[in-house]
Ligand binder design. Structure first.
Ligand code: AFP
Length: 356
């Protein structure tokens, strides 16, 4: 993988040799499906919100923004102060930018029209999970932001906006995430491959560090909350057993990693190769992850990086959404591993591909 960023501290000299996110967006404008200034501005707005969220996360222990607010969100999950901050900053950035007419957030019960008089001249709808894995913030572990962008038809009005906005993930025009880890990365696709940018805190810019990301096809890692094994189907348990079996020729075996923060687990597997699973469980028949702002954007990214995303029975990007907060089982990562999971879940074990 080539890294455009040198080890040298940022200086005006170093800057000349690297590409900022903003330059990248402007340079590639003609390759975007929506080659408009508005689309470039929308991406920039999300990245600005990401910097503000990052700033708050980095000061979390200091400014007493950690811990619960005492309220619950629409999913009956306890909200964190940082959840609220992240939600507010994203909405504020998109509202201020003026390119986005509708948002759907994990933290808000309904979609929100940003167009004050139902005047949908700006045509983007953005779905986001402002702070995924936020229960990790109290223990200083990585978290993330996920976003998904659609365009809306020109002729819609406020009344039918939700129906026309709930489109299969295959219709996304952009998707991405921000991983707030040991460094902060902005990774996105517009359907022309996946590019990753690392925030240089010294200059406050995202710099292109991971151009044209491709997910390795090896079975390097698997990620699942195996504490739930008693709630998994027998087929899934059989698949997990297969995963853990050493390669008979080489003796190689897969490793397990699970942070409990989807963005972080996904990001690691994107770089190393591997499989992330949040399956159906007896108490969560559709799994836990949300289609519109977790599964769909990551599915778009992983396919663009040469990987695969499935419910175990069908391609995630083909699902017809029925609600903003709908859940879906998810198997996502290196294509041969996802195909192996599908084979087990569909009683086609004989078709399990050989995975190095
Ligand atoms: P929170 O944002 O409430 O921490 O949930 C994060 C998440 O949706 C996803 O990021 C994790 O992969 C998953 O939950 C972990 O859930 P389990 O604790 O059930 O494994």
């Amino acid at each position: 993988m080539s890294h455009a960023l040198s080890d040298a501290p940022a200086s005006s000299g170093a800057l000349a040799s690297v590409m900022t996110l903003e330059q990248f967006i402007l340079d590639r404008r003609d390759r975007f499906p929506q080659s408009t200034r508005a689309f470039a501005r929308l991406l920039r707005d999300v990245s600005v919100a990401a910097k503000i969220i990052n700033h708050n996360i980095r000061r979390a222990g200091i400014l007493d923004v950690m811990g619960k607010t005492g309220t619950v969100n629409v999913q009956d999950e306890k909200q964190k102060k940082l959840d609220e901050i992240a939600d507010r900053e994203l909405e504020r950035a998109l509202r201020r930018g003026g390119e986005c007419c509708l948002i759907g957030s994990e933290e808000q019960p309904e979609t929100v029209s940003l167009s004050p008089h139902g005047n949908f001249q700006e045509r983007f709808a953005v779905f986001f999970d402002p702070l995924d894995g936020s229960s990790n913030t109290d223990v200083n572990a990585s978290v993330g932001t996920i976003f998904s962008v659609y365009t809306l038809p020109e002729d819609i009005d406020e009344e039918d906006s939700l129906d026309v906005t709930l489109r299969p993930g295959a219709e996304q025009v952009a998707a991405g995430y921000v991983a707030y880890g040991s460094s902060t990365m902005f990774v996105f696709t517009t359907g022309n491959g996946v590019n990753g940018f690392t925030l240089d805190p010294g200059i406050g810019e995202f710099l292109l560090t991971h151009p044209d990301l491709q997910i390795p096809q090896e079975r390097a890692m698997y990620s699942i909350n195996e504490a739930d094994i008693e709630d998994f189907s027998p087929k899934l348990r059989a698949f997990l057993q297969w995963l853990k079996t050493k390669d008979p020729d080489t003796g190689a075996r897969i490793r397990a990693r699970y942070i409990g923060s989807f963005v972080s687990d996904f990001h690691r597997n994107l770089l190393t190769g591997g499989l992330y699973m949040y399956p159906a469980r007896t108490n969560y028949p559709n799994g836990k992850l949300r289609l519109m702002y977790e599964a769909n954007p990551m599915a778009f990214l992983v396919e663009q990086a040469g990987g695969r995303a499935s419910t175990g029975h069908q391609r995630v990007l083909d699902l017809q959404p029925e609600g903003v907060h709908q859940r879906t089982p998810l198997f996502i990562g290196s294509a041969p591993l996802v195909e192996a999971a599908e084979a087990y879940l569909q009683d086609r074990e004989e078709e399990v591909p050989r995975v190095a």
